[in-house]
Design a protein around this ligand. Structure first.
Ligand code: SF4
Ligand code: SF4
Length: 166
């Protein structure tokens, strides 16, 4: 278990470092490590198919940092310790799928409300209301796969899918 905690922490430190270097290089760094960028965000090593996202990721990173400063940072970062495991659902001891939820448990139906915290997420395909990086390393290790992590997040986004287990 401790080995996993160290591994997950290292992975996040490296990921944050990549974002930081990418900002310092005005978005060029993601092109230098293109296969990894493509795999990390989009689950696909064929980076040439996804180059149009690379600069959008740079602008999303800037927006993210601005949001941490200007918005309520507790909504996005304070509940993601470096050593937390990758997740593809919220903590099911704290949240459950609402009995009124009309879609499959692995779908968000027509909702994408929590994808607009930073403005429009570049990975949200608005024509199909689909997350293009669903299940990727980025999705599982950071905020998306584990949403919501707190009741505050659930209430803020008025998430129709989950309810908290009191
Ligand atoms: S707010 Fe809830 S239902 Fe809507 S996209 Fe987010 S997790 Fe899915
Ligand atoms: S779930 Fe997908 S579309 Fe929504 S914010 Fe996360 S990466 Fe973007």
């Amino acid at each position: 278990m401790i080995f996993n905690r160290i591994r997950w922490s290292l992975f996040r430190v490296i990921s944050y470092s990549i974002v930081f270097i990418n900002i310092l290089t005005f978005g060029v760094f993601l092109y230098i490590i293109a296969p990894y960028t493509s795999y990390f965000f989009l689950n696909d090593l064929k980076f040439w198919k996804h180059l149009s996202y690379f600069h959008k990721i740079y602008f999303n990173s800037i927006s993210y940092l601005k949001s941490i400063v200007l918005k309520d940072s507790a909504l996005i970062i304070s509940h993601l310790p470096l050593s937390s495991p990758p997740m593809d659902s919220p903590n099911l001891k704290l949240f459950r799928v609402s009995k009124d939820w009309d879609y499959p448990d692995d779908s968000c139906g027509t909702c994408s409300d929590c994808c607009h915290f930073l403005g429009d997420c570049c990975f949200l395909d608005t024509s199909r209301n689909k997350c293009l990086c669903y299940g990727s390393l980025f999705w599982r290790y950071f905020n998306c796969g584990r949403f919501p992590t707190t009741k505050k997040q659930l209430d803020y986004y008025r998430c129709p899918k989950y309810e908290s287990i009191e």
